[in-house]
Design a protein around this ligand. Structure first.
Ligand SMILES: [Mg+2]
Length: 336
């Protein structure tokens, strides 16, 4: 992948032995299945700048994982740029649960001013019922939906026009051109719901393409998939659109990087998707739980050694993650 060479190079001169010195793979049990899993596997590493996380999803190959490792190395070996704001507003996340479970899920987050509702995993009517339930429980919250690119044009059009109070719809359809067509159709129909690009930013080689195609009003950026806080800042700057920082289902060690990015963005007009620690029932480090809907930038929390012991993955998975770290590291050093 020739991705984004005009942004910042993906390379490292940190040795694998340094990365692996304190690396341990842990499994975080989840309150609600997400991406069809109930255990989120992450590798935690410690560098001179602090704790860091390496957690590309299991199915990702070395090329994609290399960007995640670049973010890991920035966090643990270099640290992040200075924040320009003291707190970062965050949204609650409601997975694609049955509408009657919405209240229980929301209760875990405490007070929030924004809610992201996952859609496009059931039928359209259930999606509308789930979002409507959120609206009834939190009439003053900003409500956004995330379809993970899984609606057809017509499904997306129907859902978004049925929910005119939405703050924005995140990647309702796949790709850039279909997103641009949907956005144009919604504008023609008088809809004021904003369109956010997520997968189209991560998976495309050119982050400017979304802006050039007028496919979105804002972009969703994630630290690990974009290769670090500095690379993500560069993507946002070049795209010239508003940004929302989201977690890639990171543990609270990785979340600190997301908060660092959100706190360093010159402009932040929407709550961020960084309150995902509430989706885990246990973590080795102090969970990044929002305080009245806000997270505060700071160093990544240090994991508790006893909790690491409890959550440590079995030997075969440790070996799998060590192997993956080694393969991804050689991918990064080949690029150097
Ligand atoms: Mg998304």
């Amino acid at each position: 992948m020739v991705a984004n060479s005009h942004i910042l190079p993906l390379e490292t001169d940190i040795a694998l032995d340094d990365l692996a010195a304190h690396a341990v793979a842990v499994g975080l049990p989840m309150n609600t299945p997400f991406r069809n899993t109930t255990l989120r596997e992450v590798m935690l590493l410690k560098g001179p700048a602090g704790w860091a996380e390496f957690s590309p999803f299991p199915e990702y190959g070395p090329d994609e994982a290399a960007r995640w490792l670049s973010a890991t190395i920035e966090a643990g070996w270099y640290g992040w740029p200075e924040p320009v704001r003291e707190v970062v507003p965050v949204n609650a996340t409601v997975p694609a649960v049955a509408p009657n479970q919405v209240e229980t899920v929301l209760a875990r987050f405490g007070p929030v001013s924004a809610v992201k509702v996952k859609v496009a995993e059931d039928d359209v009517a259930t999606d509308i019922a789930r979002v409507t339930r959120v609206r009834r429980l939190l009439p003053h919250a900003d409500i956004r939906i995330d379809a993970n690119a899984k609606y057809t044009h017509d499904e997306a059009f129907d859902v978004i026009t049925a929910l005119p109070f939405l703050e924005y719809a995140e990647q309702p359809v796949p790709g850039i051109e279909p997103l641009a067509q949907l956005r144009a159709a919604l504008r023609d129909a008088g809809s004021e719901v904003l369109i956010a690009a997520d997968e189209a930013v991560r998976k495309e080689t050119d982050p400017l393409a979304v802006a050039q195609a007028q496919a979105a009003d804002l972009i969703v950026v994630k630290v690990q998939p974009l290769g670090g806080v500095r690379r993500a800042l560069s993507v946002v700057k070049q795209a010239g659109l508003d940004a929302v920082v989201s977690s890639a289902l990171d543990s609270s060690v990785g979340i600190a990087g997301g908060v660092a990015l959100a706190a360093a963005l010159p402009r932040l007009n929407h709550a961020c998707g960084l309150a995902t620690a509430a989706l885990f029932s246990a973590e080795p480090a102090t969970p990044a739980i929002a305080n009245n809907g806000y997270l505060t930038p700071g160093p990544a929390p240090a994991p508790d050694p006893q909790l690491i012991e409890q959550l440590k993955l079995p030997r075969d998975r440790q070996l799998w993650w060590q192997q993956r770290l080694a393969e991804t590291h050689s991918q990064l050093t080949e690029k150097a």
